[in-house]
Design a protein around this ligand. Structure first.
Ligand SMILES: NC(=O)c1ccc[n+]([C@@H]2O[C@H](COP(=O)([O-])OP(=O)(O)OC[C@H]3O[C@@H](n4cnc5c(N)ncnc54)[C@H](O)[C@@H]3O)[C@@H](O)[C@H]2O)c1
Length: 448
């Protein structure tokens, strides 16, 4: 006999919430997503993802059409009452001082708690958002208990289940994850969630770590902080390479990565890390730790390297071109990384701001992020509709995002279209030997 699948609700329909919702719905779980944003809900119910994410559209369409997924607006109560497990994936942004802003966690816990008051059957609440240690136990649980007038552990369950997906492969990462981390308030809560994942992943269930709520919370921060550290580390090696004739950070990283203790991933030197997670999570862990009386000096350095790294592109530009006043600079890539239209903390933002301060005219092109860029830079820059039109009559080009489309560009595309063929490869996607022969070329981590 096959057991009945639990019904799932998801609050917060960003990258994490939508991929979780579509993931479960694609495996025939009945899923109710709930958001505050009516426009977003309307798009989702038409099968249109509200952001660019490869491979999501088709499954979203399918799951909406076959009725496994529906999205409600401002109806947390219905979402909780009609389901057995609620995944909370609301945003956890930074406050101006870098510490975590838990206001969405608080309001959503409040809404879930009120709904639980009306509920007669056992329900498990799962915090999926990235939250600092202690949040689930000391903030979410008391709100749930107060609002529901019920007892955590006996009347309802509570887990913390961090998410490790990467934007750009978010859906793939949801359905094939390396590990599952379940922080549990009590054994019954953890057993319930583990059973769901065993059913979801079947024979391919990855290693599952069951632990306390606060350890689960810390695992997420420790993971992102180490990845950010690897990036800043290789960028410091890149900065040394630039001072050593004949040195190339790419070869250094390839050789380092062959060491099993190090591994090849996250050793791509470039203009630094951006996005909605690494910058905010590193800052939140630093602020959290400082509050405990322990200053995370290692992460302070990681952050400092990441702050100065994008501005190196402007420095290269000035070295090769001289004064930037009135010069036309072509920017290839606006998104914080390839395969997304997310520009949160994108490295291109400080680069363009600095170019504008120096009096340059900026034209930018990105395969998908231009509409987002327009909300940031408005009419301060020009927007091209293709890479080639972006290069036309430019005095210098800075490659900022490693889109596949840009990898296909040949030296001739730059030499025939630009006023002065000067290229700065901020992501190390071009072969220096081929490009150096044809134009002035500088790249992160390349000695002269
Ligand atoms: N984006 C990633 O790659 C990623 C990966 C792993 C973990 N995370 C973490 O997951 C969480 C969500 O990240 P995201 O990138 O999906 O966020 P996001 O900002 O894209 O989406 C969060 C959504 O929550 C909604 N929301 C806020 N309060 C709500 C409420 N009370 N009820 C319903 N909806 C509400 C917002 O309108 C927003 O649409 C964050 O804590 C983040 O750090 C993100």
């Amino acid at each position: 006999m096959t057991l009945k699948k639990p019904k799932i609700s998801v609050l917060g329909i960003g990258y994490v919430g939508l991929c979780t919702a579509v993931g479960f719905a694609s495996k025939k779980y009945a899923v109710i997503a709930s958001t505050h944003d009516a426009e977003k809900a309307e798009k989702i119910n038409k099968g249109i993802p509200p952001f660019h994410e490869p491979n999501l559209q088709k499954l979203l369409e399918e799951t909406i059409q076959n009725g496994y997924l529906k999205c409600l607006t401002n109806q947390t109560e219905t979402a909780v009452l009609e389901t057995d497990i609620t995944f909370n994936a609301v945003g956890t942004p930074s406050k101006p001082d870098g510490s975590i802003d838990l206001k969405f966690i608080e309001t959503s816990a409040h809404d879930i708690g009120q709904a639980l008051r009306e509920k007669s059957t056992y329900h498990v609440v799962v915090v999926k958002s990235t939250v600092v240690p202690g949040t689930t136990q000391d903030l979410v649980k008391p709100i749930l208990e107060k609002e529901s007038k019920k007892k955590c552990g006996s009347d309802f369950g509570l887990c913390m289940n961090p998410e490790f997906l990467r934007q750009g492969s978010a859906f793939e990462d949801t359905v094939h994850t390396d590990r599952i981390v379940i922080g549990e308030y009590d054994k019954k809560s953890g057993d319930t969630l583990e059973k769901v994942y065993k059913d979801f992943y079947g024979k391919n269930t990855p290693p599952t770590i069951r632990t306390t709520l606060s350890t689960a919370e810390l695992i997420k921060y420790a993971s992102n902080s180490l990845l950010a550290t690897k990036i800043s580390f290789i960028n410091t090696i890149a900065n040394i390479c630039e001072k050593i004739p004949g040195a190339d950070v790419k070869t250094v990283a390839t050789a380092m990565g062959l060491d099993k203790r190090i591994g090849p991933l996250f050793l791509n030197a470039g203009l630094g890390y951006g996005g909605s997670c690494f910058p905010k999570d590193v800052k939140a862990l630093m602020a959290y730790s400082k509050n405990l009386g322990y200053s995370l000096e290692l992460l302070e350095s990681v952050e400092n390297v990441n702050k100065t790294q994008p501005l190196k592109a402007v420095q290269f530009c000035k070295t090769l071109l001289g004064n930037l006043k009135g010069k036309r600079i072509a920017i290839l890539g606006l998104a914080f990384k390839a395969d997304t239209d997310d520009m949160r903390e994108a490295r291109v933002i400080p680069i363009i701001n600095q170019l504008l301060t120096e009096g340059a005219n900026v034209t930018a092109y990105d395969p998908v992020a231009t509409p987002v860029a327009k909300t940031i830079f408005k009419n301060k820059i020009q927007y091209a509709t293709s890479a080639i039109s972006c290069l036309k009559n430019a005095d210098c080009c800075i490659l900022v995002t490693e889109w596949d489309e840009f990898k296909k560009l040949k030296p001739e595309d730059f030499t025939t279209n630009m006023k002065q063929p000067i290229l700065i490869d901020g992501r190390r996607i071009y072969n220096p030997e081929t490009f150096r022969e044809k134009m002035k070329f500088a790249a992160i981590g390349l000695g002269n």
